[in-house]
Design a binder for this molecule. Structure first.
Ligand SMILES: Nc1ncnc2c1ncn2[C@@H]1O[C@H](COP(=O)(O)OP(=O)(O)OP(=O)(O)O)[C@@H](O)[C@H]1O
Ligand SMILES: [Mg+2]
Length: 264
């Protein structure tokens, strides 16, 4: 169990510069962040402001230039070395499902477990459970190409949840989907989050999606990214699609859109 005294994710003056062939790129200005256990945080901001960089730093894929990142109270990096212990808590979903075309859906979902040496029967049982959770029960023997984009994203979410990480990181997971499918996936993600009680950090370009899904929405300024504002979303759960036509919802979306236009 995590220590209740520690947030699920903590940034202490985390800064990122990328070294490039010409000029170094200042992607993220020194940033503090605390994401509570079980919270749903959404990152919103203009293109290139460092959202993916933040998410990849949380996921241990990119090392901060300075500052400290702690996952469930454990430092992610020590002396340039990534700490395996902190990584066990993380699962990631990207814009593209990134399924291996030569593996069935069940094999794709169970792959992280296979890499961990979980026996086949056990990991196939887990894959069945996860397919039911994300709403693709019965599709385990299909190939990725036989599924729709929305179903492939469901499989990607299932794969990220396979080893039951405490934290789920999602980088524009529904960006490539049509509007209808995307709305369904928002509802499904909310349901999965309510059922599994994961801590979620989601990056999106859709302001409505951010407000519909988030407990808090963090708005980042253009590069180098810094926190412009953090908005607490006041709506109870579960949230229904109707919420989006309400005056309060639309007022929040409008104010975020206005701020985003001002700073972009
Ligand atoms: N590996 C890298 N090497 C050099 N520069 C990078 C690298 N990755 C990102 N950058 C730069 O850092 C800045 C932030 O990039 P990042 O991908 O985090 O932005 P983003 O907010 O996710 O943008 P988008 O909304 O377009 O996905 C950009 O200027 C980008 O060009
Ligand atoms: Mg990005």
């Amino acid at each position: 169990m995590a220590d209740a005294a520690h947030p699920a994710i903590a940034f202490r003056t985390v800064e990122k510069w990328y070294g490039t062939r010409d000029q170094p790129v200042h992607a993220l200005a020194p940033t503090d962040l605390a994401v509570a256990e079980g919270e749903f945080l959404v990152l919103l901001g203009p293109s290139g402001c460092g959202k993916t960089t933040m998410l990849r730093m949380i996921g241990g894929l990119v090392e901060p230039t300075s500052g400290e990142i702690a996952i469930e109270g454990h430092s992610l990096w020590r002396g340039g070395q990534r700490q395996a212990r902190a990584l066990q808590d993380l699962g990631m979903v990207f814009q593209d499902a990134n399924l291996f075309p030569w593996m069935t859906i069940a094999e794709n979902i169970a792959l992280p477990l296979e890499l961990k040496g979980v026996p086949k029967a056990q990991r196939m049982r887990r894959a069945e459970e996860l397919m039911a959770l994300v709403g693709i029960a019965g599709f385990g023997k299909r190939w990725p190409r036989e599924l729709s984009g929305g179903m492939r994203q469901r499989a990607a979410i299932a794969r990220a949840l396979s080893y039951d990480p405490r934290i789920l990181l999602m980088d524009e997971p529904f960006g490539a989907l049509d509007a209808m499918t995307r709305e369904t996936m928002n509802l499904e993600l909310q349901r999965i989050w309510l059922e599994t009680k994961k801590t979620v950090v989601l990056v999106t370009h859709s302001i409505a999606e951010a407000v519909f899904l988030g407990d808090r929405v963090m708005l980042l300024s253009p590069r180098p990214g810094r926190v412009d504002q953090v908005l607490k979303v006041p709506f109870a759960r579960p949230r229904a699609p109707d919420l989006q036509s309400g005056a309060e919802f639309q007022a929040i979306v409008r104010s975020l859109r206005q701020r985003l236009t001002e700073i972009s």
